[in-house]
Design a binder for this molecule. Sequence first.
Ligand SMILES: [Zn+2]
Length: 100
Amino acid sequence: MAICPKCQASMGQTAVKCEACGYDFSEPTSKRSLADTSRNVGNIFLMLGGVTAGVWSLLSGVSSIGLLLMMEFTHFAISLSLFLIAAALVVVFMRAQEDD
Ligand SMILES: [Zn+2]
């Protein structure tokens, strides 16, 4: 539900003009705040993704070392590749946040 910035009347989200006072709000505020909101939501997901990838890379990095010490080379290779993917994801997420 959108609110008219001039008379505070409520109206449909898709309306471009206030039915009560005729104020044209198709332009600035509502669209900008919507864009801000979606960017903020996007940043939260980027942050969560970055943290998840960070934890993942840490866990797979530790288990890689453990598997190597146990001479489990096949599992070590799998774990190491998971670690590399996770580490790459951390970089991707960090880059994506910087671009903003
Ligand atoms: Zn109005």
